[in-house]
Design a protein around this ligand. Structure first.
Ligand code: C5P
Length: 239
């Protein structure tokens, strides 16, 4: 699976909803404007693998964002199940270790890319040090790069990172890792609870391979117009 997209970054809309009916409404509203959806813990826990099967039947690609973190045999089995569901992208924690990430890559198969989460953006340097029992001087950016290297060594397709880190990831890893960037906002839109947001065109210009669009589209007054604006920015490269 290529880490570069010749036609620009691929937009993925996050189905951050509590059930199938709400998910169906978003997919129906966006129609041909979005053909790639993220299914995360909330929707998967409520609706299970049927939601992925339904999206595939609708002709959509699925990004399964369940952030696997377990022993290698379990990572391999879960990734194999995701691959059999026809999932195109899935997430694992890089902190599961190189063997765990590699097991997921092997289990997922050639048609399903494994993206590694490095450090959760909700953790600051102090919390990270407390969790890992390390000195308080620990720098989050250094840990992100270190874990990205571990993911690349283990054969991951890419990593999840913010729009502010994507250029550094590309500098360090070039085409070895495909960056997926959440926290995308349209100019003039609300940032909600995201601290570090970027526009689609800025993320694409910095080297993002995939963009995750949540509330910028799904909570917009006009989701169709918001999605059209995403496509316009990605096509023109303009801000
Ligand atoms: O609505 P919003 O655009 O903030 O949603 C972003 C999506 O990306 C959510 O599904 C969120 O869980 C996910 N995400 C994130 N930041 C990360 C990793 C994932 O916002 N670091």
């Amino acid at each position: 699976m290529s880490t570069n997209q010749p036609d620009g970054a691929v937009p993925i809309v996050a189905l951050d909803v509590g059930g199938m009916d709400a998910a169906r409404r978003i997919v129906k509203t966006l129609g041909s404007r979005c053909r790639f959806y993220k299914v995360g813990l909330e929707l998967f826990t409520a609706a299970g693998p049927d939601v992925a099967r339904w999206l595939r039947d609708e002709g959509c690609e699925v990004f399964l964002d369940l952030k696997f973190h377990d022993i290698p045999a379990t990572m391999a089995g879960a990734a194999r199940s995701a691959g059999r569901l026809g999932v195109r992208l899935l997430t694992v924690h890089a902190a599961a270790g190189g063997a765990g990430v590699r097991a997921a890559v092997e289990g997922a198969g050639a048609e399903c890319g494994v993206l590694a989460v490095t450090v959760l953006t909700s953790l600051d340097a102090g919390e990270l040090a407390a969790v890992w029992g390390r000195a308080r001087s620990l720098a989050v950016e250094v840990e992100v790069q270190r874990l990205a290297g571990l993911a690349a060594e283990a054969g991951a397709h890419g990593i999840v990172c913010s729009g502010h880190e994507v250029a550094a990831v590309r500098t360090s890893f070039g085409d070895r890792l495909a960056p997926l960037v959440p926290g995308i906002r349209l100019a003039g839109g609300e940032s909600h609870d995201q601290a570090r947001v970027v526009t689609p065109s800025v993320a694409q210009a910095a080297g993002a391979r995939y963009l995750v669009l949540g509330r910028a589209v799904t909570a917009a007054a006009d989701p169709v117009a918001a999605m059209d604006e995403v496509h316009r920015q990605l096509a023109s490269g303009g801000i």
